[in-house]
Design a protein around this ligand. Structure first.
Ligand SMILES: [Fe+2]
Length: 354
């Protein structure tokens, strides 16, 4: 007896007791066999246990095989269990229907031990390979994700190290953006639907919001006092410089990366104002991407609560009163309203990071 195979389970579903007995006899030398005499009983069993493979009769009173497989495929917990249909029906249309519904194979009755075992063994082996491959893909995806995160940190540090004040700024604004995104996902307001992937992209790429500052001259970027209007005009270009860097990367990738799209949104729009008086494109209201509006809040709060060569750091309360004053002019009023209970947590991050 094959030791490894004996631990794997097969659910056999058939309303014919003789067939069930025959299949148990054929398979039990190599597998743990569970028998269900109806579709309903099979579903009840699957609610408690997950076999490695299912042999499923098509024609059964009550829930038939097609209905069973449809339910299995709709449930993420059972969708990947391989199903082999086992039926007396012949004809290509039935076979095609079974395969279209997600069955991996189709065995016609009357069955023979050799055919059943050969097909079941084959699909069990394929399942082992599929799971190994899935694991490998997961590992590689995780590695790629970690590499992407590291490259983001390196790029964020390039900006931070040039402008000594922004190292902590990037860490804190990323943390604020995380709070804002989590809040919006939880509230699920129709104006701010953020799916988990978009939310994750906002948080991660918020680190790059000032990446364009690498193209700003030291005399402006490191100036200890306030900038003159001409110097400020030059500083404003960090949004378009950053967007151009991302455009180049997107051109190389064939413009297919949602991650870079969000990065670009943030880089180009985090200084736009709700009333249209921001830069570089004077966008207003809902024309400003949500990611840019999230970044604007994180950026402004941090600027207010951080010390600069030309100003002291404000307290959380002072910063909040300015933030509320800016609402409607600079910031999205509804967004500020939704974040009412989240802002106090900003203060905890400010304190922890300083
Ligand atoms: Fe900026």
């Amino acid at each position: 007896m094959n030791e490894e195979k004996s631990f794997r389970g097969i659910l056999v579903v058939d309303d014919d007791a003789t067939n069930l007995r025959m299949l148990q006899e054929i398979l039990s030398s190599q597998y743990k066999v569970y028998a269900a005499p109806s579709g309903e009983r099979a579903m009840a069993f699957l609610g408690k246990r997950k076999p490695d493979l299912i042999l499923l009769d098509v024609e059964m009173p009550g829930m038939n095989g097609y209905q069973v497989i449809r339910s299995l495929k709709e449930n993420p917990e059972t969708a990947s269990i391989p199903v082999l249909f086992l039926t007396a029906q012949e004809g290509r249309d039935k076979e095609e229907t079974a395969l279209q519904l997600g069955a991996v194979d189709y065995i016609l009755k009357p069955i023979t031990a050799g055919v059943v075992l050969a097909r079941v063994n084959l699909h069990m082996e394929l399942e082992v390979y599929r799971k190994r491959l899935e694991m490998l893909v997961e590992q590689k995806t995780e590695q790629l994700r970690n590499t992407q995160d590291s490259i983001l940190d390196i790029l964020a540090n390039v900006t931070g190290w040039r402008d000594s004040g922004t190292g902590g700024h990037i860490t804190r604004t990323t943390a604020y953006s995380r709070l804002v995104v989590d809040c919006l996902m939880e509230k699920n307001h129709p104006n701010y639907r953020i799916n988990p992937q978009y939310g994750e992209h906002i948080v991660k790429t918020s680190k790059l919001h000032d990446i364009g500052k690498v193209a700003i001259s030291d005399s402006i970027l490191l100036k200890p006092g306030r900038l003159s209007p001409e110097e400020f005009d030059e500083m404003k270009k960090h949004t378009t410089f950053g967007a151009r860097m991302i455009d180049d990367a997107m051109a190389d990738l064939g413009d297919v990366s949602p991650f870079l799209h969000v990065a670009r949104e943030i880089v180009i729009s985090h200084h736009e104002w709700w009333d249209g008086s921001g830069y570089p494109n004077a966008l207003s209201g809902g024309k400003i991407p949500i990611s840019g509006r999230v970044m604007a809040i994180s950026d402004i709060y941090d600027s207010l609560t951080s010390e600069r060569p030309y100003k002291d750091a404000m307290s959380h309360q002072e910063a909040m009163s300015i933030l509320y004053k800016e609402t409607g002019a600079h910031l999205d009023p509804l967004l500020i309203d939704l974040l009412h209970d989240t802002f106090p947590i900003f203060e905890e991050i400010t304190v922890a990071q300083q």
